[in-house]
Design a protein around this ligand. Structure first.
Ligand code: ADP
Ligand code: MG
Ligand code: MG
Length: 212
C-alpha cells in the first residue's frame, strides 16, 4: 500500500478519537492496579497531538517530521510513565521514515518494528512484565516474521494484531514487574494491564485505518 503523510495524520486522528471513546474504560482498568489515570493521561497527550496536527503540522508532507513532532508533543504534554514511552516510539519511528512523503509496505513494517524497539529500550520491560510490551513485543515479532514470509502487509498486520490481542489478554494472569502496579505484587493478578490494552487499541486502529 501507499501511505502518505495525510494518511499518517488521519491515522493519528483516528487514535485521538478512539482514546476519547475508551478514556473511561482505560481509567477503570488503571483503578484496579494503578492510580486510575491511564485514560486521562492518554487523552491529554493525544489532545495535544490533535492541536499540533491542526496547526503547525496541517500541511506537513514529510512522514518523519510528522512523527517526530507528534512524539515531542506527546512527551511535553504527558507527565505519567507513558509519556516518554510513546514519545520514544514515535521519535524512533520518525527516524526510519525521515524525508519520506510516501511509505510503502516495508516502510510501515520498519516503522512499527523500530517504534516497538524504542518503547522497549526506554521502558526496559519484557514480555511477562505486565506492561504494554506484552502487546507490542509479540506483535512486532509476528509482523516481521509474517511479512518476511508472505510480503503481504495487511494480512501480516492482521495476523500480528491477533497475536497482540493474546498478549494483551495474557496480562490478566501476570504479576506486575514494572511501573506503579508492580508495588501490588501478587495482588496485581486478575486484572488486565491498562497500558497493554491501549497499546492493542492503537494497533487495532491502524489496521482499521489501513483497511478503510
Ligand atoms: P502512571 O503509572 O504513571 O499513572 P499510566 O497510568 O498512564 O501511567 O500508564 C500505566 C501503564 O504504563 C501501565 O499499564 C503499563 O502498561 C505501562 N508501563 C509502566 N511502566 C512501563 C515500562 N517500564 N515499560 C513499558 N510500559 C510501562
Ligand atoms: Mg496510571
Ligand atoms: Mg499516574
Amino acid at each position: 500500500m501507499e501511505f502518505t503523510a495525510a494518511d499518517l495524520t488521519n491515522y493519528f486522528k483516528a487514535v485521538i478519537e478512539m482514546i476519547e471513546e475508551q478514556k473511561d474504560y482505560l481509567c477503570a482498568l488503571d483503578r484496579k492496579i494503578g492510580d486510575g489515570d491511564h485514560g486521562v493521561t492518554m487523552s491529554i497527550g493525544w489532545q495535544a497531538v490533535n492541536d499540533i496536527l491542526n496547526e503547525d503540522l496541517k500541511d506537513e508532507e514529510d512522514c518523519g517530521k510528522l512523527s517526530m513532532k507528534v512524539g515531542k508533543t506527546f512527551l511535553n504534554a504527558v507527565g505519567s510513565s507513558v509519556g516518554p514511552l510513546y514519545a520514544t516510539g514515535l521519535m524512533r519511528g520518525a527516524k526510519t521514515v525521515k524525508k519520506k512523503t510516501v511509505l510503502n509496505d516495508q516502510d510501515l513494517v520498519d516503522y512499527w518494528l523500530v517504534f516497538t524497539q524504542g518503547v522497549k529500550e526506554r521502558g526496559q520491560a519484557s514480555i511477562g512484565d505486565k506492561t504494554m510490551m506484552d502487546t507490542f513485543e509479540p506483535f512486532a515479532e509476528a509482523l516481521e516474521a509474517k511479512f518476511d514470509e508472505t510480503n503481504e502487509f495487511i494480512p501480516a498486520f492482521d495476523h500480528a494484531l491477533s497475536i497482540a490481542k493474546k498478549g494483551m489478554e495474557s496480562t490478566t494472569g501476570l504479576v506486575s514487574q514494572k511501573g506503579r502496579s508492580s508495588r501490588l505484587g501478587e495482588r496485581s493478578v486478575g486484572f488486565q494491564d491498562p497500558g497493554a490494552t491501549s497499546a492493542y487499541l492503537i494497533l487495532a486502529a491502524f489496521l482499521n485505518y489501513a483497511q478503510s
